[in-house]
Design a protein around this ligand. Structure first.
Ligand code: COA
Length: 185
């Protein structure tokens, strides 16, 4: 827990700020790995102001902002709903977006946001949380594995003309609240 960081649920009023943060942090993390026009199209589709405003109003979707004073240090998007077959729960919470500003990484912000996702899912009665991550994103996989996620499958992801292979990862808890120890991957 980083005492400088404050988490806040985002509302439609935050669409502009979330859009700007999403564009900036996605480009920061992934611009070296694809072509500029594909990145621009992806960012426009997923982080454009209107897309974010639409997502913010969808049932089952929540965004959480992490503030360091007035600056956005990172954000989280979760989505409740059906999970892929590889995930050991038919319905679960997907961590769809998790981004921490490069200048503020390795200070516990990602863990705070993930704790929030897990606590929300647990409080709502789900058995765990899942996500999809690019197989070459060692930094993110390192973070997820340190958190307790396990690889349960693979998925294909297209960013414009570039095909990326993802891992599907799962972090579940039993009735005592412990992370699972078995893996099916
Ligand atoms: C992945 C990400 C969210 C992690 O956020 P963070 O705030 O830096 O992570 P934390 O400081 O909470 O790290 C918690 C633990 O995870 C592990 N971890 C974090 N970053 C890691 C890395 N780059 N490599 C290996 N392990 C890592 C460590 O065990 C760390 O504990 P420690 O710092 O005490 O060693 C962040 O790197 C990020 O936003 N990256 C760019 C966007 C991205 O790739 N998002 C995910 C895919 S969409």
């Amino acid at each position: 827990m980083n005492p400088r960081i404050r988490l806040a649920a985002a509302s439609v009023a935050d669409a502009e700020a979330l859009s700007a943060a999403g564009e900036r942090l996605f480009v920061q993390a992934y611009s070296d790995f694809s072509q500029a026009d594909d990145i621009a199209a992806h960012v426009g589709h997923y982080f454009g102001r209107d897309s974010v405003a639409t997502e913010l109003q969808k049932p089952g979707v929540s965004y959480t902002l992490a503030y360091d004073a007035d600056a956005i240090a990172g954000f989280l998007k979760i989505r409740r709903g059906p999970a892929p077959d590889a995930v050991p729960a038919a319905e679960a919470v997907e961590v769809q977006q998790l981004y921490v500003d490069a200048e503020r990484q390795r200070r516990g912000v990602g863990r705070m946001l993930m704790d929030h996702a897990a606590a929300t899912a647990r409080d709502e009665g789900y058995a765990g949380i899942w996500l999809s991550v690019w197989q070459d994103a060692d930094w993110a996989i390192g973070f997820y594995e340190a958190y307790g996620f396990q690889r349960v499958g693979t998925a294909e992801f297209w960013l414009g003309r570039s095909r990326f292979m993802d891992y599907l990862m799962w972090f579940g808890w039993d009735s005592e609240g412990e992370g699972r120890t078995e893996t099916s991957y």
